[in-house]
Design a binder for this molecule. Sequence first.
Ligand SMILES: C[S@@+](CC[C@H](N)C(=O)[O-])C[C@H]1O[C@@H](n2cnc3c(N)ncnc32)[C@H](O)[C@@H]1O
Length: 297
Amino acid sequence: MAGWSAAVSMEQLITPNAEHVKVWNEILVPKFRRFRQVLVGGFSGHSDAAFAKFPPQPGQRVLDVGCGFGETSLQLASMVGPAGYVLGVDCCDAFIETGRDDARHTGLHNLHFAVADAQVARFDTDFDLCFSRFGTMFFGSPVAALRNLRRALKPQGRLMMIVWRDIGDNPWLGLPKGIAQAHLPAPPDDAPNCGPGPFSMADQATVTQMLTAAGFEAPSFMRTDVRSCIGATPQAAVEFQLLLGPAGEIVREAGEAGERKRAIIEAEVLALLAKHTTEQGVVLGSSAWCVTARNPG
Ligand SMILES: C[S@@+](CC[C@H](N)C(=O)[O-])C[C@H]1O[C@@H](n2cnc3c(N)ncnc32)[C@H](O)[C@@H]1O
């Protein structure tokens, strides 16, 4: 298969991120399935802004890292056209299966998916673009992972990754988290997690250092701000926050104390989100960086 040295199944996936991959597979995949519309709706405003500013070109070879259900892989495959090629990779086989199923109905023949830990996978080294929408913040060793992605790029090939800015600039997650924090302690450091976490690449100086250490040059940061619908109704938005958001993590990790406080936290989050209800549902701001950098070769 072009772009990938071997077909990999989950059983064969040897990964230094095994604990994180287990959390993705066992805990997060079912929740991502349940809230797929909310998540993809919220994410796509940021990738649309990135594609408008830095449009992938017909004929390009693109690696889509941490592709999840593969929505951006499909979009990229349309943009690069039949002369181009897209490889979507994700560490969860359930995501990749969905991507393959969806791709079958599109008639796109320039798109493949593979199960891989992008931190260590051996990719071909002829990609023009390494793209990721919110898929690079979970590597246990981000510099090693970014170096591995750089090796997949041709000389002058480009990395384009979309990552969340600070939670303070993301009220869609930050406001409900603030309510949970007012009632309960922070989760313990050894709580099971999906990797360093969604805000681990929020700081420009840190990401610039990571990219430089990984051998990239000319890092640039474009801020994108999107008002995202986080639920059709306040009740649906509360469910999303308590199952998938950082507020929910605080409640779950607090164990019995969390269960005792759950009703009051839910009621306060509901009252907060009700104030942000519009004709489009519950709408709050989200903010990301579109980070680009070049492989000097
Ligand atoms: C927040 S989701 C984003 C999914 C997708 N890019 C999107 O925009 O809908 C993060 C994705 O990164 C994947 N991921 C996390 N660590 C990974 C790794 N080491 N290698 C490959 N994929 C990884 C997860 O399985 C998940 O699908």
